[in-house]
Every structure is written in structure tokens, then in C-alpha cells.
Design a protein around this ligand. Structure first.
Ligand code: ZN
Ligand code: ZN
Length: 252
């Protein structure tokens, strides 16, 4: 489904208090009220890259767009010089991220857990055999996964930012024993918050793998992921990881 194009509206000052929560609202790039939010509308066409003529930044008075581009009415993020360019961009991948752009633009709360579970599911084939190999050697423990990406970046269906630029999503995973974790807590008190939840996880299970994910924003999430396709298959694959101290992999 291709969303309607709506013409960008000129907004001459920043006195408006109306927010953009209700999807139908207009939005303009760089308005002062959006200080918590990301840049809202780019001023170049996402189809052909053409730059909107007469565009001026809000710092020079908030005057916007003499020659107006249209924006996708669903996400309110992507600007287009023509219908053809929208169709091109839609097919090229905008359709996969449009809903997520809309959610980010309107400041909708993103559920950490759901986003991470969905993403991690794609990596079970690497994570589970690695976990089994390390647990055999070191005893009960959990996976500690670190990503430099933001939650918003992980939330997008495909790794293309709101300006249309592709980026890389990756993670590093280590195996941490309970004792290692206790030492980590002494260095970093924030980790104490998750200790109870983490230690309640079964670290000898043949059903689930406990995993702590640390995001760039400093948020820690404890998850339990299931073995896929099964513990037995993962165990058979675990031999490859005997010597690996860490696992670095792409999240896409
Ligand atoms: Zn264009
Ligand atoms: Zn859109």
C-alpha cells in the first residue's frame, strides 16, 4: 500500500504549540518545539536526491520551502519532488520502514523487549552454539551482548535512517559467568539493577539461554531465548566456537 503524498505546508513561525502526535499533522524540519525529537522532514527528495529550492533552516528565521516538496502522509518523514519518485523509493524499501519512521517521528514509546527479541531471533544460529561451547568450558553463565546501535536504529525493519542513509547494525557477544558478573557489578553499579532478574534465569537449561543486552543508551535488557532449531542441533554446532572468546556479528 502506497501512502498519499501531502504537500508540505509553510509554517512561518515557531509559536504554534500544536504537536505532531496525530499522524495527520504537518511537520517541518528543525522546528524548535521538536527538540526532543529527531529531525522530521528531510529537504531532499528521497527518490532522486534533488534538493528543495528556497529551503532555509529554522535558525535563519524558520522560513521554509518556496518550492514545496510533498511528504509521505503516513510517516511524515520522507519528502518527494514527484509521485514517480515516491513510487521508486517505496519499492526501493521505504515501505519496510514507513510505519517505524512514523512511530519515531511522533515520539511513540518503543518497546525495548519486543524490538530486541525480534532482532535476536535472527541470530539464534550463532548465539546458541557459542553459548553451549562456553558453558561447557566455564560453567553456568549467560550471554552479554553489546550493540553500539541506538534502540531506534534497532527498531527499524531495514537499516536505513530517516534521511535515507543506510547504516550498519552489529553486536559483540561474550560469555559471562555468575562470578564474572559479580565483579562487573563492583565496577558498574548500574548492573546491580538486573542482577536478581538475571540470577533467576536458569543457567543450565536445555530450553533457554539467558542473555543481557546492553544498548548504546545505557539500557540493559534481560531476555531468555530459546534454542533453535533445537538444543541437540546447537550442541552439534558448538564445536566451532571452542576457541572463540567473543562473537562479533551483523544483526541483519
Ligand atoms: Zn525526486
Ligand atoms: Zn512514509
Amino acid at each position: 500500500m502506497l501512502y498519499e503524498l501531502e504537500e508540505k505546508k509553510e509554517i512561518s513561525n515557531n509559536t504554534s504549540t500544536q504537536d505532531v502526535e496525530d499522524g495527520g499533522g504537518w511537520s517541518t524540519a528543525g522546528k524548535k518545539r521538536s527538540k526532543k525529537k529527531k529531525k522530521i522532514v528531510s529537504s531532499s527528495c528521497r527518490g532522486c536526491g534533488k534538493v528543495e529550492s528556497g529551503t532555509r533552516s529554522s535558525s535563519s528565521g524558520g522560513e521554509i520551502a518556496k518550492k514545496k516538496f510533498s511528504i509521505c502522509s503516513k510517516c511524515g518523514v520522507s519528502a518527494y519532488c514527484s509521485r514517480d519518485c515516491q513510487v521508486l523509493d517505496w519499492k526501493r524499501g521505504h515501505k519496510k520502514n514507513c510505519t517505524q519512521y512514523a512511530a519515531i517521528r511522533t515520539g511513540k514509546r518503543i518497546d525495548h523487549r519486543l524490538v530486541l527479541e525480534k532482532l535476536i531471533r535472527k541470530s539464534h544460529m550463532y548465539l546458541n552454539p557459542f553459548y553451549i561451547a562456553k558453558r561447557k568450558g566455564k560453567g553456568p553463565g549467560f550471554l552479554y551482548l553489546n550493540s553500539k546501535n541506538t534502540l531506534e536504529q534497532l527498531y527499524l525493519t531495514v537499516p536505513v535512517d530517516m534521511d535515507g542513509n543506510p547504516f550498519v547494525r552489529s553486536a559483540i557477544c561474550r560469555f559471562v559467568t555468575k562470578n564474572d558478573f559479580r565483579s562487573m557489578v563492583k565496577q558498574n553499579f548500574e548492573l546491580a539493577v538486573i542482577q536478581k532478574k538475571l540470577f533467576d534465569c536458569n543457567m543450565n537449561s536445555k530450553e533457554t539461554v539467558p542473555i543481557v543486552i546492553m544498548l548504546r543508551c545505557g539500557v540493559y535488557v534481560v531476555l531468555e531465548i530459546t534454542y533453535f532449531p533445537s538444543f541437540v542441533v546447537c550442541e552439534r554446532m558448538s564445536g566451532h566456537h571452542d576457541k572463540d572468546e567473543k562473537l562479533q556479528f551483523s544483526l541483519d
